[in-house]
Design a binder for this molecule. Sequence first.
Ligand SMILES: Nc1nc2c(ncn2[C@@H]2O[C@H](COP(=O)(O)OP(=O)(O)OP(=O)(O)O)[C@@H](O)[C@H]2O)c(=O)[nH]1
Ligand SMILES: [Mg+2]
Length: 470
Amino acid sequence: MAAVATDPMHQVLDQALRSLAGLGGNLVDEANRIGSVLWSPPRVVIVGRLKAGKSTLVNALIGAPVAETAALEATRVVAVYQDGAPSRAEVVDVQGRRYPVTLGREQVTDLPLPAEQIAYLHRWLPSSAIRSITLVDTPGLATLTTENETATRRVLIDGFEQTRTASVDADAAVFLFDSTPRADEVSFLKQLGFTPLNTLGVLSRADGFGEGALGRRDPIEHAATHARVLARQLSDSVATVVPISGLMAQTSRTGALTEADAYAMTTLGRMRPLELIELLESDDPAPLDPRMRDRLLDLVGEYGLINGRAPAGRGAAELNRWLVERSGIAALQHLMHTSLSQFAGLQRASRILGHFDQLAFTHPARDQIRGIAQYARSQPAMRPVALFTDLHRMLDADPASPLVGDLRQLLLGRTPAERLGLPPGLNRGQVQATAAAKLSEAHSQALSTMTSAEDAALVTLIATYTDLAR
Ligand SMILES: Nc1nc2c(ncn2[C@@H]2O[C@H](COP(=O)(O)OP(=O)(O)OP(=O)(O)O)[C@@H](O)[C@H]2O)c(=O)[nH]1
Ligand SMILES: [Mg+2]
């Protein structure tokens, strides 16, 4: 992955792994194992309630109908979708053993093991859409289907009924809900161990939000407004909330729509929405035949049929463009490839340094290993990793601490002023004065810390404010 080789953080970690391998013995294998994590794209797991639209969204993001979606059939196993050729799949059992799987056209239809023995399905397909992010689809969370929930927990939550070999090692999450998430869903999300910076909320099924396609408000506009409310309510758990119609995104991004579909939609003319839906629900939906009616509802849903007739009049390409635009998928993809990837990278780097610590704990060469990790941590390029690791620990130890807000701001800000939570337009001296004030505050706080997380956070904050005050 030469594209990221120039990233200074990767360079520091790569150098540390070379030093680790240089110690010889089994550390060569360990370094290679950790290195393969370092150089693979971040893994983003899609989680949420049963039938929230997770697999539909996965297909939309990949641009191919690889994940099974259905009103009745639930996703039964965790599935990792990774760019790679040839198109193939393996099943990984709970012991980490791999078994080849035969593919149907695009989807996996037969599993070689009973679902409860499977940790996850590993699917490779050549697709540029997943070249820089690997996607992980999961069975939905629901109190009624505990076996599905167990499958998701097993590979995502450290130490939950699993060996490390069978973990998918996700670096970030997309959390899907089609209304306000339930408390048990939010608590599940917290157990996954991501920070709000590497977790995106998605308000799914935006095309049916509120009163739906026949309601007084446009459901997609309504969903957008509600997403902003949810983003504030869930700010402890997610970076933001993006409204999405996964269905419209899937149809438009997988190329499912044909010119005949667009033409069939135009034959519905300018009928009023309620009349149109009544017609679609009748036994004889002429001018459509029942098969075309079912197909169109599957492809674009009620909202798409009512509102897509005008763009459909300009042909399938225009209808497709309209579906992409209304679906909200571009905004989600943008966030996934910018901030979510960035913070996924920090979580992964933090985990890699954690591997060094674990090795140092058990290995005879512990002093050398500890020295390598310490040297890596002291490099300026690793400062964001330290801030992120401290944020992570503080969220566990004391989420209400004011240090949480400081760490978060330092990670999110792009300019020194932003990082200190200052408004734009201040001069350099004012920014430096604020950093100096924060620095002396951190020094005095460091005299009376309550937890080791706070101790560590203040060390990082002092180093960071010292740089900013200079
Ligand atoms: N109208 C509409 N329907 C959707 C949308 N997303 C998904 N659906 C439908 O909802 C049903 C379930 O979608 P899936 O993508 O399989 O949901 P899931 O979250 O993967 O479900 P499980 O794996 O069973 O938890 C399917 O019939 C989809 O066509 C959407 O944005 N709008
Ligand atoms: Mg599914």
